[in-house]
Design a protein around this ligand. Sequence first.
Ligand code: PEP
Length: 248
Amino acid sequence: MANRKYIVGNWKMNGLRTELTDIADIAAIAGQNKQVDVAICPPVTLITQAAANSPGFTIGAQDCHYAKNGAHTGCLSATMIREAGAIMTILGHSERRADQHESDAEVKAKAEAAHAAGLGAIICVGETEEERDAGKAVDVVCGQLEGSFPDGADPHWLTIAYEPVWAIGTGRVPEASDVEEMHAAIRHKLGKLMDEGADTVRILYGGSMNGGNAAELLAVPNVDGGLVGGASLTAEKFGPIIEAAAAS
Ligand code: PEP
Protein backbone atom coordinates (compact mmCIF):
# COMPACT_ATOMS: atom_id res chain seq x y z
CA MET A 1 0.00 0.00 0.00
CA ALA A 2 1.57 3.25 -1.13
CA ASN A 3 -0.89 5.53 0.62
CA ARG A 4 0.52 8.74 2.07
CA LYS A 5 -0.34 8.98 5.73
CA TYR A 6 -3.15 11.39 6.59
CA ILE A 7 -3.29 12.95 10.06
CA VAL A 8 -6.46 14.91 10.81
CA GLY A 9 -7.25 16.94 13.92
CA ASN A 10 -10.87 17.17 15.01
CA TRP A 11 -11.22 20.18 17.29
CA LYS A 12 -14.90 19.47 18.05
CA MET A 13 -16.48 22.42 19.95
CA ASN A 14 -13.13 23.86 20.99
CA GLY A 15 -11.34 26.95 19.75
CA LEU A 16 -11.78 30.70 19.77
CA ARG A 17 -9.86 33.27 17.75
CA THR A 18 -7.01 33.17 20.26
CA GLU A 19 -6.42 29.53 19.26
CA LEU A 20 -5.73 30.45 15.62
CA THR A 21 -2.07 30.63 16.60
CA ASP A 22 -2.19 26.90 17.44
CA ILE A 23 -3.42 26.17 13.90
CA ALA A 24 -0.62 28.30 12.46
CA ASP A 25 1.91 26.42 14.60
CA ILE A 26 0.50 23.06 13.48
CA ALA A 27 0.57 24.21 9.84
CA ALA A 28 4.25 25.07 10.28
CA ILE A 29 5.00 21.54 11.56
CA ALA A 30 3.03 20.10 8.64
CA GLY A 31 5.19 22.21 6.33
CA GLN A 32 8.29 20.54 7.77
CA ASN A 33 6.80 17.06 7.20
CA LYS A 34 5.57 17.27 3.63
CA GLN A 35 5.52 13.50 3.18
CA VAL A 36 2.40 13.47 5.41
CA ASP A 37 -1.00 15.00 4.63
CA VAL A 38 -2.19 16.99 7.64
CA ALA A 39 -5.48 18.77 8.30
CA ILE A 40 -7.25 20.54 11.13
CA CYS A 41 -11.04 20.66 11.40
CA PRO A 42 -11.77 23.60 13.69
CA PRO A 43 -15.22 24.95 14.55
CA VAL A 44 -16.85 26.60 11.52
CA THR A 45 -16.33 30.02 13.11
CA LEU A 46 -12.56 29.68 12.61
CA ILE A 47 -12.47 28.15 9.13
CA THR A 48 -12.15 31.31 7.05
CA GLN A 49 -9.46 32.90 9.16
CA ALA A 50 -7.52 29.65 9.62
CA ALA A 51 -7.50 29.04 5.87
CA ALA A 52 -6.41 32.62 5.20
CA ASN A 53 -3.65 32.49 7.82
CA SER A 54 -2.12 29.24 6.57
CA PRO A 55 -2.29 29.09 2.78
CA GLY A 56 -1.73 25.57 1.47
CA PHE A 57 -2.61 23.94 4.79
CA THR A 58 -5.78 21.85 4.77
CA ILE A 59 -8.65 23.17 6.84
CA GLY A 60 -11.74 21.00 7.14
CA ALA A 61 -15.15 21.08 8.77
CA GLN A 62 -16.83 18.65 11.16
CA ASP A 63 -20.20 18.25 9.42
CA CYS A 64 -22.39 19.59 6.63
CA HIS A 65 -26.08 19.35 5.75
CA TYR A 66 -27.22 17.07 2.94
CA ALA A 67 -29.45 19.73 1.35
CA LYS A 68 -28.13 22.44 -0.97
CA ASN A 69 -30.11 25.14 0.84
CA GLY A 70 -33.52 25.72 2.37
CA ALA A 71 -35.39 25.78 5.66
CA HIS A 72 -32.82 24.13 7.95
CA THR A 73 -32.31 26.60 10.77
CA GLY A 74 -28.83 26.55 12.21
CA CYS A 75 -27.41 24.19 9.58
CA LEU A 76 -24.69 24.77 6.99
CA SER A 77 -24.61 23.43 3.44
CA ALA A 78 -21.52 21.86 1.94
CA THR A 79 -21.25 24.79 -0.47
CA MET A 80 -21.26 27.27 2.43
CA ILE A 81 -18.49 25.32 4.11
CA ARG A 82 -16.49 25.19 0.88
CA GLU A 83 -16.98 28.92 0.41
CA ALA A 84 -15.79 29.53 3.98
CA GLY A 85 -12.45 27.95 3.04
CA ALA A 86 -12.66 24.28 4.07
CA ILE A 87 -11.69 21.68 1.51
CA MET A 88 -13.00 18.62 3.30
CA THR A 89 -15.32 17.63 6.13
CA ILE A 90 -15.67 14.92 8.76
CA LEU A 91 -19.07 13.19 8.54
CA GLY A 92 -20.93 10.72 10.76
CA HIS A 93 -18.72 11.19 13.83
CA SER A 94 -20.03 9.00 16.65
CA GLU A 95 -20.80 12.09 18.73
CA ARG A 96 -23.14 13.28 15.97
CA ARG A 97 -24.58 9.81 15.41
CA ALA A 98 -25.38 9.71 19.17
CA ASP A 99 -26.26 13.34 19.97
CA GLN A 100 -27.96 14.33 16.69
CA HIS A 101 -29.27 10.81 15.95
CA GLU A 102 -27.63 10.80 12.52
CA SER A 103 -28.48 7.68 10.55
CA ASP A 104 -26.30 5.89 8.02
CA ALA A 105 -28.60 7.14 5.24
CA GLU A 106 -28.13 10.72 6.38
CA VAL A 107 -24.35 10.32 6.47
CA LYS A 108 -24.42 8.89 2.93
CA ALA A 109 -26.51 11.85 1.70
CA LYS A 110 -24.14 14.28 3.41
CA ALA A 111 -21.12 12.65 1.77
CA GLU A 112 -22.75 12.92 -1.65
CA ALA A 113 -23.60 16.58 -0.96
CA ALA A 114 -20.02 17.23 0.18
CA HIS A 115 -18.61 15.72 -2.99
CA ALA A 116 -21.02 17.67 -5.18
CA ALA A 117 -19.78 20.87 -3.51
CA GLY A 118 -16.12 19.98 -4.04
CA LEU A 119 -15.38 18.89 -0.47
CA GLY A 120 -13.50 15.76 0.50
CA ALA A 121 -15.25 13.59 3.09
CA ILE A 122 -14.08 11.50 6.03
CA ILE A 123 -16.83 9.07 7.00
CA CYS A 124 -16.56 7.80 10.58
CA VAL A 125 -17.63 4.34 11.68
CA GLY A 126 -17.12 2.51 14.97
CA GLU A 127 -18.65 0.13 17.45
CA THR A 128 -19.71 0.70 21.06
CA GLU A 129 -18.14 -1.24 23.90
CA GLU A 130 -21.28 -3.37 24.25
CA GLU A 131 -21.14 -4.28 20.58
CA ARG A 132 -17.45 -5.25 20.87
CA ASP A 133 -18.08 -7.29 24.01
CA ALA A 134 -20.89 -9.10 22.18
CA GLY A 135 -18.48 -10.05 19.37
CA LYS A 136 -20.36 -7.88 16.87
CA ALA A 137 -17.76 -5.16 16.21
CA VAL A 138 -16.82 -6.16 12.65
CA ASP A 139 -20.44 -6.70 11.60
CA VAL A 140 -21.56 -3.39 13.11
CA VAL A 141 -18.75 -1.40 11.51
CA CYS A 142 -19.13 -3.04 8.09
CA GLY A 143 -22.88 -2.46 8.29
CA GLN A 144 -22.35 1.23 9.08
CA LEU A 145 -19.87 1.49 6.21
CA GLU A 146 -22.29 -0.06 3.74
CA GLY A 147 -25.20 2.13 4.89
CA SER A 148 -23.13 5.33 4.89
CA PHE A 149 -21.26 4.65 1.66
CA PRO A 150 -21.79 7.40 -0.94
CA ASP A 151 -22.60 6.81 -4.59
CA GLY A 152 -19.68 7.63 -6.86
CA ALA A 153 -17.09 7.18 -4.10
CA ASP A 154 -13.52 7.72 -5.18
CA PRO A 155 -10.25 7.53 -3.21
CA HIS A 156 -9.46 11.09 -4.29
CA TRP A 157 -12.20 12.50 -2.11
CA LEU A 158 -13.31 9.76 0.27
CA THR A 159 -11.56 8.68 3.47
CA ILE A 160 -12.86 6.29 6.14
CA ALA A 161 -12.12 6.68 9.86
CA TYR A 162 -12.48 3.69 12.17
CA GLU A 163 -13.17 5.10 15.61
CA PRO A 164 -14.24 2.65 18.32
CA VAL A 165 -16.71 4.71 20.37
CA TRP A 166 -15.28 3.40 23.65
CA ALA A 167 -11.79 4.64 22.73
CA ILE A 168 -12.78 8.24 21.96
CA GLY A 169 -11.60 10.62 24.66
CA THR A 170 -11.10 7.82 27.18
CA GLY A 171 -7.38 7.15 26.97
CA ARG A 172 -8.20 3.55 26.04
CA VAL A 173 -6.87 2.13 22.79
CA PRO A 174 -7.66 -1.25 21.21
CA GLU A 175 -5.00 -3.92 20.86
CA ALA A 176 -3.02 -3.53 17.64
CA SER A 177 -4.37 -6.93 16.57
CA ASP A 178 -7.96 -5.68 16.93
CA VAL A 179 -7.16 -2.55 14.90
CA GLU A 180 -5.54 -4.75 12.25
CA GLU A 181 -8.54 -7.04 12.09
CA MET A 182 -10.97 -4.14 11.75
CA HIS A 183 -8.98 -2.23 9.14
CA ALA A 184 -8.61 -5.42 7.08
CA ALA A 185 -12.38 -5.96 7.31
CA ILE A 186 -13.02 -2.38 6.20
CA ARG A 187 -10.61 -2.77 3.29
CA HIS A 188 -12.35 -5.99 2.27
CA LYS A 189 -15.75 -4.31 2.50
CA LEU A 190 -14.53 -1.39 0.39
CA GLY A 191 -13.58 -3.92 -2.26
CA LYS A 192 -17.19 -5.10 -2.35
CA LEU A 193 -18.61 -1.58 -2.40
CA MET A 194 -16.36 -0.12 -5.10
CA ASP A 195 -15.65 -1.19 -8.66
CA GLU A 196 -12.11 0.14 -8.35
CA GLY A 197 -9.93 2.16 -5.99
CA ALA A 198 -10.67 0.23 -2.78
CA ASP A 199 -6.97 -0.35 -2.18
CA THR A 200 -6.17 3.36 -2.10
CA VAL A 201 -9.06 4.72 -0.01
CA ARG A 202 -7.33 5.83 3.17
CA ILE A 203 -8.55 4.25 6.40
CA LEU A 204 -7.70 6.29 9.49
CA TYR A 205 -7.68 5.04 13.06
CA GLY A 206 -9.23 7.35 15.69
CA GLY A 207 -9.61 7.05 19.46
CA SER A 208 -7.12 8.36 22.06
CA MET A 209 -4.24 8.55 19.59
CA ASN A 210 -1.37 10.57 21.03
CA GLY A 211 2.35 11.15 20.66
CA GLY A 212 3.10 8.07 22.74
CA ASN A 213 1.04 5.51 20.85
CA ALA A 214 0.91 6.96 17.31
CA ALA A 215 3.95 5.12 15.96
CA GLU A 216 2.56 1.74 16.99
CA LEU A 217 -0.92 2.45 15.66
CA LEU A 218 0.37 3.89 12.38
CA ALA A 219 2.49 0.77 11.80
CA VAL A 220 -0.59 -1.48 11.76
CA PRO A 221 -1.37 -2.79 8.26
CA ASN A 222 -4.12 -0.79 6.52
CA VAL A 223 -3.83 2.10 9.00
CA ASP A 224 -3.29 5.02 6.65
CA GLY A 225 -3.37 7.77 9.26
CA GLY A 226 -5.17 9.05 12.30
CA LEU A 227 -8.22 11.09 13.27
CA VAL A 228 -7.23 12.83 16.48
CA GLY A 229 -9.38 14.73 18.97
CA GLY A 230 -7.86 15.89 22.25
CA ALA A 231 -4.24 15.54 21.15
CA SER A 232 -4.79 17.79 18.11
CA LEU A 233 -5.52 20.97 20.04
CA THR A 234 -1.95 22.19 20.36
CA ALA A 235 1.18 21.92 18.24
CA GLU A 236 2.96 20.50 21.29
CA LYS A 237 0.65 17.46 21.37
CA PHE A 238 -0.15 17.14 17.67
CA GLY A 239 3.39 17.65 16.39
CA PRO A 240 4.71 14.29 17.66
CA ILE A 241 1.83 12.48 15.91
CA ILE A 242 2.65 14.20 12.62
CA GLU A 243 6.31 13.33 13.12
CA ALA A 244 5.46 9.69 13.92
CA ALA A 245 3.50 9.55 10.64
CA ALA A 246 6.43 11.06 8.77
CA ALA A 247 8.75 8.42 10.19
CA SER A 248 6.40 5.50 9.49
C1 PEP B 1 -12.40 11.86 17.86
O1 PEP B 1 -13.34 12.28 18.52
O2 PEP B 1 -12.45 11.85 16.63
C2 PEP B 1 -11.22 11.39 18.58
C3 PEP B 1 -10.45 10.53 18.00
O3 PEP B 1 -11.04 11.89 19.85
P1 PEP B 1 -9.81 11.55 20.84
O4 PEP B 1 -8.55 11.55 20.02
O5 PEP B 1 -9.85 12.66 21.85
O6 PEP B 1 -10.09 10.21 21.41
